[in-house]
Design a protein around this ligand. Structure first.
Ligand code: SIN
Length: 305
């Protein structure tokens, strides 16, 4: 039986009473899914799992997206990505700058992202304190906090999301060493359109689904107006009052849902301060948005059909 202890902050809860090196029981899955909607970000601390166990746990929430950069996949378990600044024999062992600005994973896919699972193998420490924290922003609260006239004006509008926006932002503004996307990689990730407001499939509440990482245009506005309104939305959703900060410990398994949150991995550590995470990126399926999804998923112990 799981125990779920809320952080008492704008997001986040700690889950205890479970060993994720073994399959999660159906009842524990049901509790976890509900808590994900309620708290957005869940921390399972002190977990001792390998890449295969991370994949198996993640698959309970849906199909896993395999990243476009082959070099950063786990050598034995291709559904698991390695995020790391560690080098071996002069070569990077993982993607060094993944997620280092505000974004929502897989908003650039036609069926959007659902859940990330991130397992801390190495956490950089400075003066006895962890660095390389991850920030999260609460999009249930950001929607609730929008002025009524914006809720009305943007209802029914859509935004285009483009994978290349974040990629180029990293290259141009964050001195990333990642090469430009190849034409083949761009073809694998065409721009997509999503509503700006969505009904969250777990909570049934409205969320603001628009993020500075990938959203490039509000389609029902002129370009100039879209730029202004997107700037306003990005500033609004990243106010301190909506933000939660997770400070890592080795063997933390953090999971978060993407529809109601944004996140940002803080790059406040140097090359000698090693950080290594194993990650799975779980997609939604169309069934996630059908009425009764949560009840069915809880009953069968899996979000997959
Ligand atoms: C991510 O954006 O999935 C990475 C988050 C992190 O490394 O803290």
């Amino acid at each position: 039986m799981l125990t779920i202890t809320p952080t008492g902050k704008i997001l986040g809860a700690t889950v205890t009473g479970v060993d994720l090196s073994r399959p999660l029981s159906d009842a524990d899955f049901a509790q976890t899914l509900q808590a994900l909607g309620q708290y957005g970000v869940l921390r399972f601390s002190g977990q001792h799992i390998d890449a295969a166990a991370l994949r198996d746990f993640s698959l309970r929430f849906g199909p896993i997206q395999v990243g476009v950069s082959e070099g950063f996949r786990h050598p034995q378990v291709r559904e698991v990505g390695i995020l790391s600044n560690v080098t071996e024999n002069g070569k990077p062992v993982g993607l060094a700058d993944a997620g280092q600005d505000w974004h929502t994973d897989m908003s650039y896919r036609e069926t959007v992202g659902f859940v990330n699972t991130l397992y801390a193998v190495k956490v950089p420490m400075r003066n006895g304190k962890a660095v390389g924290d991850t920030l999260f922003a609460n999009m249930h609260a950001a929607y609730d906090g929008l002025a009524p006239e914006w809720k009305q004006r943007l209802a029914g509008m859509t935004a285009t999301h483009d994978f290349n926006k974040f990629w180029e932002n990293m290259r141009q503004n964050h001195a990333s060493k990642r090469p430009p996307l190849t034409p083949e990689q761009r073809a694998q990730r065409p721009a997509v359109v999503h509503p700006i407001f969505m009904t969250h499939p777990i909570t049934g509440r409205t969320v603001l689904y628009c993020n500075p990482g990938y959203a490039i245009r509000i389609n029902e506005m002129s370009e100039a107006e879209s730029d202004k309104v997107l700037d306003m939305l990005f500033q609004h959703q990243l106010q301190d009052k909506y933000i939660y900060r997770h400070s890592w410990q080795v063997n933390d398994l953090l999971i978060w849902e993407h529809i109601g949150t944004l996140h940002n991995a803080l790059p406040d550590y140097g090359p000698g301060e090693q950080r290594m995470m194993l990650r799975c990126q779980v997609m939604t399926t169309p069934q996630v948005f059908e009425p009764g999804f949560v009840d069915r998923a809880m009953a069968r112990g899996s979000a997959l059909q």
